[in-house]
Design a protein around this ligand. Sequence first.
Ligand SMILES: [Zn+2]
Length: 341
Amino acid sequence: MVEENPAQSVINEAKRKQPSLTQHFMGVVTANDLSHSYLFSGVDGLGKLAVAKTIAMRLFCKNVQDGMPCGVCNECIRIAKDEHPDVVMVKPDGRSIKVDSIRYLKREFSKSAVEGNQKVFIIDDADTMTTSAANSLLKFIEEPNGQVNSFLLTDDYRKILPTIISRTQLIEFPKINEDDLIKYVTKKGLSKTSSQLILELTGNLASLDKMLEDGWFNKMKATVERWFNELVEDDYRAFTNVQTNFMPLVTGRFEQQMTLKMIYQVFKDVFDVKFKDSQPDSLGFGDQYTALKKMALKLSDEQLITIITSILGSTRKQDINVSFQNILEVITLNCLAVIEG
Ligand SMILES: [Zn+2]
């Protein structure tokens, strides 16, 4: 069997998932007009990393063909395999990106350019940066030495500190063939609103299938809705709900992540109802519109921001040593405390 060339498979993924964005960026590089720092936002499976790597290849490729990287030269291959000395990638260490990783990045870049002036760094899951990591990065973005281009990747730019967003150019990744995906999940028996919600959580087919297994998604959605309705009513059963209803469904890391995403989504919907007057058909939890609206009216701007920040804080703080039940209970108690005022 012929093994697929890793660089070509990255380029093909970028072209397949994001044809217009890929083409756009190839043109930007050709015009020598690339910004210092980009924030790529979009759920998993939309090709953010493939596009970022393809841009890096375009910058370093020795044999550009029709404005695209060749995918076969040594530069392209090393970038695809994360082995290029001037293209540095940072990922979460455990569940967060800590300040040490950003320091490492800075050290790498303060060494005089290994093979030229151009450098690229890619921060995957940039929303998992701790506050000190983000602050350390800020200084770096502001004072780049030489030709440095950075790409921060996140599934949702609203999770990124505003100070970072303001120093980057935000690119929201369009969903892949959304109609096809909706058809796909509808065939699996999901309602229209449930389809919308699940596509807010992931754009990745494997993750979709995993969530739909044994009706997991519908069960968790119902659990989050019940919990949310209890919170709206200041009902402390929301707290016991964690142990009795959430925990039996949370059987692994993947389920933990998707559960937190749903909890985040329901409050993001409250935010959109409150500040954008969003209507049910544009919300993940649109069929809970009455409860969303009630919560939106109940909470002051500040209280809502406090709750969302606390949910995001918990997802960042997540560590293997902290039990997931504890994380959910803390979120619940924080919500109840804020809602009670
Ligand atoms: Zn090449």
